[in-house]
Design a binder for this molecule. Structure first.
Ligand SMILES: *Cc1c(COP(=O)(O)O)cnc(C)c1O
Length: 430
């Protein structure tokens, strides 16, 4: 796996980066075996689901207009349901993002007087506006008389005592976020999800347990529904799209709950029966087929980034040897300029738009400026190598994705070169 010096010349990388790369690669190798083991298991899961749903060439033909009788779309729903362990699923290009999938879930499940109880602290930034706990976007859940409360994490861990205290008769939906989000905490493992499910079931048997599964798909052998959660949602331009799905979101879980979400997405009465697939079926399916492999590649890249930034003296989360439950690698930077330099470096290492400079902007749905480096084939796709960060203290940068771990390795090295050239880091002989 050693990087030839010639290659470093080609990429105009300092010699010192060669030894740094060698050190990091040596240290992380041990982790790869576990990742490959999980990858194989998940590949089998996807393969079996496609066979059991009798996926066939004819399913790749798309529909237009209403999309009635789109057998490919229905087969995709069936395959997603099997892969994620649900009774049913809703996979649609009409869901414009992960936020839309999650919001659709919430609108489908909650009614006036109900309350959403988040047990993993503040939910992902964009959901704050959906819930109406930030801003006053029309149609937020608060406008509909839907309440919200949360149990904060305690030193990054679930506060079971807090759940016992806060859960009430109105806690219709109990909400968990698996991934880190713009936070500094370990992702929730499947084992954690299972403990929360057990705790909640004991306190309120009929609570609907919903998991924001963004960035968590195919990291472990089991998914949240397989340890007792009721419904999950996520984005197709993250893990399960395998880099090929051009857009979309998914929801999977109990049949009756998925039906409610379908009503919220289209219209009561229309539910799952409408929604043209517009020629996207093949990409969604081929992407799902590749997803276990792509996620493994992204994980290897994240572990590499973790180690190399750690060697350079940065605080990282998770550490390269720690167990992971999402594809995110967090790095703490000293100041805003260093963080922006990091993002410029990632952008420079991208196959698309490598020549543009990312700037912080008021991204819709976020309460602060966000900088995003994503020179991706699919706009904003974060299963492709990308980095983003909210512009606020402390300056955490989040690296994720990478369709091949080779690309992440090269991209990170180019980033370090860029940061050095801009005077933001010193690379001494390692
Ligand atoms: C990405 C993400 C979302 C949704 O984000 P979109 O950009 O709308 O797809 C929600 N929750 C978490 C934890 C995420 O990582």
């Amino acid at each position: 796996m050693e990087m030839p010096v010639k290659l470093m010349d080609l990429l105009k990388l300092d010699k010192k980066l060669v030894s740094l790369d060698r050190l990091a690669v040596r240290d992380i190798r041990e982790q790869f075996e576990r990742i490959d083991d999980i990858r194989l298991f998940n590949q089998a899961k996807v393969l079996r689901a496609m066979q059991e749903e009798r996926l066939s060439d004819s399913h790749f033909a798309g529909t237009t207009g209403y999309g009635y009788g789109d057998s490919g779309r229905d087969v995709i729903d069936g395959i997603y349901a099997r892969v994620f362990g649900g009774e049913d699923a809703l996979v649609r290009v009409q869901m414009v993002s992960g936020t839309h999938a999650l919001a659709t879930c919430l609108r489908g499940l909650l009614r006036p007087g109900d309350e959403l109880l988040s047990v993993t602290g503040r939910p992902y930034d964009t959901l704050e506006e959906v819930l109406g706990i930030r801003g006053s976007a029309p149609g937020n859940l608060r406008e509909f008389g839907i309440g919200y409360s949360q149990v904060d994490l305690k030193d990054g861990s679930v506060d079971y005592e807090g759940i016992r205290r806060k859960i009430s008769d109105n806690s219709k939906v109990v909400f968990l976020q698996r991934s880190t989000g713009y936070d500094w905490r370990p992702a929730l493992s499947i084992r954690d999800v299972k403990s929360i499910v057990n705790c909640v079931r004991e306190l309120k048997k009929d609570a609907v347990i919903m998991v924001d599964n963004c960035y968590g798909e195919f990291i472990e052998k089991l998914e949240p529904l397989q340890v007792g959660a009721d419904i999950i949602a996520g984005s197709l331009i993250k893990n399960p799209g395998g880099g090929l799905a051009p857009a979309g979101g998914y929801i999977a879980g109990k049949r009756e709950l998925v039906e409610r979400c379908a009503s919220a997405l289209t219209a009561p009465g229309l539910g799952k029966k409408c929604g043209a697939s517009l020629g996207m079926n093949r990409s969604i399916l081929q992407g799902l087929f590749l997803a276990p492999h792509i996620v493994a590649e992204a994980l290897k890249g994240a572990i590499y980034a973790s180690r190399i930034f750690e060697i350079l003296g940065f605080r990282v989360s998770p550490g390269y040897g720690e167990k992971r439950s999402d594809i995110i690698q967090s790095v703490e930077f000293e100041n805003k300029e260093q963080l922006l330099s990091f993002c410029r470096g990632i952008q420079k290492g991208a196959p698309v738009d490598s020549f543009v400079t990312p700037y912080p902007w008021d991204m819709p749905g976020y309460g602060h400026q966000v900088v995003m480096a994503a020179g991706a084939f699919v706009q904003g796709s974060s299963i492709e190598l990308s980095a983003d960060a909210p512009i606020r203290e402390p300056y955490y940068g989040y690296l994720q994705g990478g369709l091949t771990w080779d690309h992440t390795r090269l991209g990170v090295l180019m980033t370090l070169q860029q940061m050095k050239d801009e005077g933001h880091i010193i690379i001494s002989g390692q």
